[in-house]
Design a binder for this molecule. Structure first.
Ligand SMILES: Nc1ncnc2c1ncn2[C@@H]1O[C@H](COP(=O)(O)OP(=O)(O)OP(=O)(O)O)[C@@H](O)[C@H]1O
Ligand SMILES: O=P(O)(O)OC[C@H]1O[C@](O)(CO)[C@@H](O)[C@@H]1O
Ligand SMILES: [Mg+2]
Length: 952
């Protein structure tokens, strides 16, 4: 794509008040507009187009965020949205019509505020607001826009939060709130999936919050076809209480034949109109959403036929002329295009991994082979991710088949090599839809027969519907809840011209996509497989899927295939765990070591942190056989502690680095690891042995490492906490009149408390960023009293209060519980529950295992890429300490909007960290607090997160 500069400007300079904003803008311009980073300085980034023309400079201004300058930018932004002649105001880019259209689509998919000129004067222009608040124009001088209908507003500008949804009120085009304007129905369809209940709860409560009536369509499309009050039921706030903790879908689901035929859809249309439904939210898989899309496309003809045959009257015809429909993706298969995850997929993955962990034990005992068949009719996502998370020997997925004979040879060769290296067990995972390159189905029995031929005592385990059962993991509850809230907002904001939305999760954000397009791309994956065009099928899967597959193959070839790097490029790379244990630490070691082996590097483990190294020279070559099984154990197998290099003996550490001639270091840990990396980077001028690439993989349940929105271990912790809270809530509900104050870990970060409260439906949460303000406490107690009074001890009315241990030093958990109890005046009872270190979790979650593998492999690649840069200065007497290129070789690997990004420790430590509080300056999840409160009807008095003084 070419990006010539218009208006005779060769360089456009934008100002932002902090590095984070510049990072967001850089991410945006590189991801969506195809620019590349030309160079970086301490206070800005230059971006260039493909043809190396300098077009954009993003600068960190010294001005404070509330400075006059920044206010001016915002004012201009607001004015610009209303002016007619934007052209004179906005710097922009000229594009071909095709590029313009595809860029506009990308921008819409990114959920950006977007305006397309609605008048004839400039029909070829689109304008958007970039992440710095600047108005930017895209122009073409070719044909008028034809592909994209005018869309006034889709969403707020992105910033990139861990699964955040926007929580602003639904508004019309003039910004007026939309309240009470619709009857909103939700249904679940296709195979049930854990998390569907959370979605139903969120839709019902968000609809009621917006003063709409909420309905549930029972039994999927079957209920829509049958109609009547039995199948289309109005729901109250209380009707969806307790749903978060329940698996499956309580409103029923079905695979409905009648809806596949036009007469069935005609009847469904009539039933919806008779029930007065204005908007329908469908939570289902690819099939259900294909049905929804067809229903949408046919609606005008259906409603016309109903009018012509007198099945509805004129007034109904006019009121319901446009179908307002919205999809959220609920399926364990994770096979819907344009969304990274479907509701239920990670819960099913958790079931699969748990089962394989169990099988591992018996397989190992008997030295047996197991063929494990997992679900997924047309998609290998479950098999692939389970393969990584359990370090299976071989996987078979529909997207990447081998030839009819080839798979047997390949599988047997790999399995034999693993056995010859001493492995006692063999696990082969077969996706239900696995095929050969000739599309012949591969059965588990065939696989077993091949393994038997190798002389292995082999069993088949078909996991079946166990995979769909059980309660949803934390991730699915959060995803489903945020998507349900967004779906309601979307249907309220839809106008007759708005394309039907699909609520997706992309880059860790909840965004609206086009339902039509998602269905089309999903169909093309199936078509590509049918045409045996497997490369195309892989291309159509998201890039993360492809990366995971490459990683699996690389890790699996460790220690038996010829390494992929030439001898002179092979290095010695060390890994160390620092800080408290966190789920995924062992997986990081396993992935780092096996990937190193596949490349030809030598992996070393530093045992028991820096103190282990300094005091006991605890360094070992990592042995392939010894780390088998690492994925399926919690804690830190190589040992971890909090001591930083300075706190131990940095000189001794440098000595051992020199002795072992390490060429690269990977640190896995939390804030202490962050501080350690800073110390090592600063010590490079004194100790040449630290002049090597160093990467930190954030791993802490507190999720407080600057430079990332997600740390390994946080998901495992959330699952452990959610399980604990479910049990406590069950007890509280059984006694009808009890509140529990649960103390949550997380240091000065309220991340865990906030996301757990969203996932369990806690009535109240207190976090360090807000403290426990007395007026808030008073309001919360008053609200609890009101609720218990209205329920009169007749229903399941247990309540949870989640308190971060550092939310207040004065109000300890016990004191807080005592105050609540006293102020309840006997109307309800209050107790405490302290999960403590249980929150570190037992077995790491599949999310933490698979992310750990991805992070570790990216880290090794970073070391390979950075080695030459720093090696040039290895022997310099005056090591250049203020050289950005060099300081970039000591970096934190972070998730930013689900992109993995390396940020130099210098930049993070010096500019983006509140050292005293051990926290990043910017908190990425503040909106999630609002959603959590809104869905339990809590009014939070403190709206802004930050350093709010607490009672402490
Ligand atoms: N092409 C279609 N036209 C009309 N309705 C359809 C179509 N495809 C599916 N549906 C409706 O959606 C229902 C569910 O579809 P399907 O059985 O494919 O499950 P799904 O939504 O893909 O979920 P999962 O794959 O997770 O079980 C079908 O029973 C049918 O009622
Ligand atoms: O429960 P049923 O109707 O037998 O369907 C099983 C199918 O549903 C899914 O679990 C979800 O689509 C598939 O993986 C599996 O093939
Ligand atoms: Mg499906």
């Amino acid at each position: 794509m070419k990006w010539p500069v218009v208006n005779g400007v060769s360089c456009v300079t934008y100002y932002a008040h902090d590095h984070e904003l510049v990072d967001n803008a850089v991410r945006f311009y590189t991801n969506y507009l195809g620019l590349t980073i030309h160079s970086e300085t301490d206070n800005g980034v230059y971006l260039a187009s493909d043809d190396s023309l300098l077009v954009l400079k993003l600068v960190v201004s010294k001005e404070a965020p509330d400075s006059a300058e920044v206010k001016k930018i915002h004012k201009r932004f607001e004015e610009d949205l209303n002016i007619v002649d934007w052209r004179s105001r906005a710097p922009g880019f000229t594009l071909s019509i095709a590029d313009l259209n595809s860029t506009i689509l990308k921008l819409q998919q990114a959920g950006l505020v977007l305006q397309i000129t609605p008048n004839d004067l400039y029909p070829n222009e689109a304008y958007f607001i970039d992440p710095l608040g600047n108005l930017v124009g895209l122009t073409t001088t070719a044909n008028p826009l034809s592909l994209v209908p005018p869309v006034k507003k889709l969403d707020q500008p992105n910033e990139g939060y861990i699964m955040s949804a926007t929580v602003s009120e639904a508004t019309n085009n003039n910004g007026a709130p939309l309240k009470g304007s619709k009857n909103v129905a939700v249904m679940t369809s296709g195979g049930d999936a854990p998390g569907m209940n959370a979605c139903v709860r969120a839709v019902v409560r968000a609809a009621i919050y917006h003063e709409c009536k909420a309905f549930c369509v029972m039994e999927g499309y079957e209920g829509l076809v049958r109609g009547g009050k039995e199948y289309i039921k109005e729901m109250s706030w209380q009707d969806v209480r307790g749903l978060l903790a329940e698996g499956g879908t309580n409103i029923g689901t079905a695979r409905c034949k009648a809806f596949r035929e036009r007469p069935g859809r005609l009847q469904a249309c009539q039933n919806m109109i008779e029930a007065g439904i204005d908007a329908l939210i469908v939570c289902g898989g690819d099939g259900s959403l294909t049905g929804a899309d067809l229903f949408r496309a046919e609606w005008p003809s259906l409603i016309k036929e109903l009018l012509d045959t007198n099945r509805i009257n004129q007034s109904q015809y006019h009121t319901y002329k446009h179908l307002n429909i919205c999809g959220t993706v609920g399926s364990i298969d994770n096979d819907m295009a344009t969304t990274d995850a479907t509701i239920g997929a990670y819960s099913a993955l958790a079931r699969v991994c748990q089962a394989i962990d169990y099988i591992d034990a018996t397989a190992n005992s008997h030295s047996r082979a197991f063929v494990v068949e997992v679900m997924g009719r047309h998609c290998g996502w479950l098999a692939l991710m389970a393969g990584i998370a359990t370090s299976a020997d071989y996987i078979m997925i529909p997207e990447k088949p081998s030839s009819s004979k080839g798979w047997k040879e390949q599988m047997c060769e790999i399995v034999s090599k693993h056995r010859s290296k001493g492995k006692r067990k063999t696990i082969v995972i077969v996706a239900e839809g696995a095929v050969t390159s000739e599309l012949e189905p591969i059965s588990s029995k065939e696989v077993r027969d091949e393994l038997v031929k190798l002389g292995l005592d082999t069993r088949i385990t078909t996991l079946g519907h166990v995979q769909r059962g059980g309660t949803a993991v934390a991730y699915d509850r959060i995803l489903a809840t945020l998507q349900g809230v967004e779906a309601v907002k979307a249907v309220l904001e839809c106008t007759p011209d708005t394309p039907s939305p699909l609520i997706a999760v992309v880059e860790n954000k909840i965004v609206r996509k086009s339902l039509v397009e998602a269905v089309q791309i999903t169909k093309s994956v199936a078509e590509a497989i049918e045409e045996k065009n497997f490369d195309k099928a892989m291309d159509l899967r998201d890039s993360e899927f492809v990366e995971h597959l490459h990683n699996f193959i690389a890790m699996n070839s460790a220690n038996h295939n010829e390494p992929s790097l030439p001898v002179e490029k092979r290095k010695k790379i060390a890994i160390v765990n620092i800080g408290a244990p966190a789920g995924g630490m062992n997986s990081a070691v396993y992935a780092m070591a096996t990937y190193c082996m596949s490349r030809g590097h030598t992996p070393y483990a530093i045992h028991n942190g820096f103190s282990g190294l300094a005091r006991h020279e605890s360094v070992n070559l990592i042995d392939w056989l010894l780390i088998q099984g690492y994925n399926s154990v919690g804690g830190s197998e190589i040992g971890t502690n909090r001591a930083t290099p300075h706190e131990t003996d940095i000189g001794m550490i440098a000595y051992y680095f020199e002795k072992y001639q390490f060429d690269g270091l990977i640190l896995v840990g939390g804030f202490e690891a962050f501080v350690s990396l800073d110390e090592l980077e600063k010590a490079r001028c004194t100790y040449p042995s630290f002049r090597i690439p160093m990467v930190l993989i954030p791993a802490t349940i507190s999720n407080n490492v600057p430079g990332t929105e997600y740390s390994l271990g946080a998901d495992t912790c959330l699952n452990a906490l959610v399980e604990y809270c479910d049990v406590v809530k069950q007890s509280a509900s059984a006694t009808r009149d009890r509140t529990f104050v649960i103390e949550v870990q997380g240091g000065n970060s309220g991340y865990i408390a906030t996301f757990a409260s969203l996932a369990v439906g806690a009535q109240i949460s207190y976090v360090p960023e807000e403290g426990v303000a007395l007026d808030q406490l008073e309001a919360d107690i008053a609200s609890l009293r009101k609720q218990f009074a209205s329920e009169k001890g007749m229903s399941k009315s247990g309540k949870l209060i989640l308190k971060s241990s550092n939310a207040s030093k004065v109000l300890t958990t016990q004191v807080l519980a005592d105050i609540v109890k006293q102020e309840a005046h006997g109307e309800f009872d209050t107790k405490t529950a302290i999960p403590g270190h249980v929150q570190q979790g037992g077995l790491p979650s599949p999310i933490d295992r698979t992310r750990a593998a991805r992070f570790a492999i990216r880290s090794v690649q970073f070391i390979e890429d950075s080695f030459d840069t720093i090696n040039k200065h290895h022997y310099d007497v005056d090591f250049p300490i203020e050289n950005t290129e060099l300081s970039n070789t000591a970096a934190v690997l972070g998730v930013k909007s689900s992109h993995l990004k390396f940020t130099s420790i210098r930049k993070l430590y010096d500019f983006e960290t509140e050292l005293g509080r051990r926290m990043p300056k910017k908190i990425s999840w503040k909106f999630t607090r609002d959603v959590a409160d809104r869905l339990v009807g809590r009014e939070r008095l403190i709206k802004e997160l930050g350093q709010v003084p607490s009672l402490a």
